[in-house]
Design a protein. Structure first.
Length: 128
């Protein structure tokens, strides 16, 4: 299983699309086999589900995300768990012990504007 956690300075970011980084965690036989932090390459609708899907991610954990983003992850075969809070290491511990529970998104649509990576800072080519 490969999981991406929206990350801001070691904590779960409340705004998935504009989080500064993603922590990518690989778990095999209930053990962490790899963990790395990557910078968010930027955000525009539909890009991050494709980007993370190509990286082999099958689950995204975040404090919050919009309805459209959640639907795009679902279409890409990536499960979205929202309402997560705390440290990334704490989330990993909950995954390993089977105690991680999802909940309601912690952010409202558009609430991430001005936070973390803004849409104008994308590092990928935009489709025309």
């Amino acid at each position: 299983m490969k999981i991406a956690v929206s990350t801001d300075n070691g904590m779960v970011s409340p705004h998935f699309g504009r989080c500064p980084q993603f922590t990518i965690i690989e778990i095999e036989e209930n053990k962490v086999t790899d963990k790395k932090v990557i910078d968010n390459p930027g955000h525009h609708p539909g890009y991050l589900p494709e980007f993370l899907g190509k990286a082999g991610v099958n689950c995204i954990i975040a404090g919050g995300m919009g309805i459209t983003a959640k639907e795009l992850f679902s279409q890409a075969g990536i499960k979205a768990i929202l309402g997560a809070q705390g440290t990334v290491d704490g989330i990993v511990e909950k995954i390993l012990t089977g105690t991680l529970e999802g909940g309601e998104s912690l952010c409202d649509p558009g609430a991430g504007k001005g936070y973390g990576v803004d849409k104008t800072e994308c590092e990928h080519e935009k489709e025309e």
